[in-house]
Write a protein that binds this ligand. Structure first.
Ligand code: ACO
Length: 365
């Protein structure tokens, strides 16, 4: 038995892999895909169909996504009644918001592409209502990432921002059997519906040891930058107090997270563009210190925090952006799990005491 299922192969997938420290989507490395400069929608198509789309496949896919970018009647009204600006965690609202969507979309409408199309609207609506702003309608002429940005900020991104945002979302889209995806698969393995799986996955992603780490990275960098603290002393103190430094360490990657290398490049260019070099420099100092002192690598959540901050998103909303992208991966895994017709139900090792007579029954049975 291993702690936290570390190293255990818990099932088969054709969607993504982390073999040999390289991340692949349907057999393509993320570096290959990054060089191809594909759209987010093309990567979603790849995960769902296990092949890159032709031009006409992609056009059709984007057209359906765009046609489905609306929310059911009453949805925004119910969400408006639920939200008390600033009081609830945005990921708790997304968890409830996803579940609510499932109760308002009829069974025939519960198709992955229709669900995916609604995710930027749900997230944008949560962000805007939490800031006391009116929710917006999607713009059909915009890409999925540009719509997510627009629906959240009220601004259409410029070309460079859209490019970096697209690539950042692509790097978050899937990661084999990570905690939230595994949660989604466990729920799907009982033949439960898409929304139950997605709601569970959002709950798992929210945790600070998983997707919630990007918000904590923001809080750490903000504390250091705003109080003009020495980053090395700050981190040394965290470690000496026995606290984990958020955005560092990974269950699978021990020598380097391939996503982080690409994200670091984008974080630097955005920090320069938005005159926030201090954020990038602070992050890089923390990275060097963590390697020198602990030999621990930054993960996907580390430099993405600088990227989202430089794009103007609030720290508390960072995990929503992760979820906007990872939803596509979750949907791919849920469909794959349905196709495998296998209930995920492992055993546990009982380590508590037995009463003598019951233990006797167990031993004799
Ligand atoms: N800061 C300080 N020390 C760390 C960190 C960290 N971020 N991560 C691991 N370590 C240390 C542990 O304290 C432990 O030390 P020990 O052997 O002296 O007790 C050792 O490295 C191994 O750590 P584990 O937590 O056992 O490693 P595991 O593979 O179980 O955990 C995890 C991986 C959960 C990601 C861990 O590194 C962590 O908590 N990181 C911080 C949270 C974070 O950034 N999560 C995002 C991960 S990426 C994602 O989910 C999208």
């Amino acid at each position: 038995m291993t702690k936290g299922l570390a190293g255990i192969v818990a099932g088969e997938t054709k969607i993504s892999a982390t073999t040999g420290g390289r991340l692949t989507f349907a057999g393509y490395t993320i570096e290959q895909l990054n060089a191809m400069d594909l759209s987010f929608e093309a990567i979603v198509y790849l995960l769902w169909h296990l092949r890159l789309p032709s031009e006409s496949d992609l056009n059709r896919f984007c057209q359906i996504l765009s046609e489905q970018m609306f929310l059911p009647e009453h949805y925004v009204r119910i969400l408006t009644e639920m939200i008390r600006p600033g009081e609830q965690h945005p990921m708790s609202l997304l968890r409830s918001g996803m579940s609510l969507l499932g109760t308002l979309m009829n069974d025939q409408a519960q198709h992955p592409i229709a669900i995916m199309a609604k995710v930027p609207l749900v997230i944008g609506t949560i962000i805007r209502l939490q800031n006391g702003l009116e929710p917006l309608q999607a713009k059909p002429e915009l890409s999925y990432p540009a719509n997510l940005y627009y629906l959240s900020t009220g601004k259409v991104p410029d070309a460079e921002t859209e490019e970096v945002f697209t690539q950042t979302l692509i790097l978050h889209v899937d990661h084999e059997f990570n905690a939230s995806t595994f949660t989604a698969r466990v729920i799907a393995s009982t033949n439960s519906d898409y929304f139950s799986s997605l709601t569970g996955a959002i709950g798992a992603l929210k945790g600070p040891l998983h997707g919630g780490a990007n918000e904590r990275v923001y809080q750490m960098l903000q504390t250091i930058v705003e109080n003009q603290l020495d980053p090395e002393k700050f981190v040394a103190n965290e470690l000496s107090e026995g606290r984990k430094v958020m955005g560092f360490g990974h269950r699978v990657y021990k020598d380097g997270d391939p996503r982080e290398k690409i994200l670091k490049k984008y974080a630097k260019s955005l920090a320069i563009k938005t005159h926030q070099e201090v954020w990038f420099d602070t992050a890089e100092t923390v990275e060097k210190y963590m390697w020198a002192e602990k030999h621990i690598i930054p993960n996907v959540d580390f430099y993405s925090a600088t990227i989202y901050h430089c794009m103007g998103f609030a720290g508390r909303d960072f995990t929503l952006l992760f979820a906007a992208s990872r939803s596509a991966g979750w949907l791919a895994h849920i469909a794959e799990q349905y196709s495998q017709h296998t209930l995920i139900r492992p055993n546990s090792k009982y380590v508590g005491p037995y009463h003598a007579d019951i233990a006797g029954d167990v031993v004799n049975s």
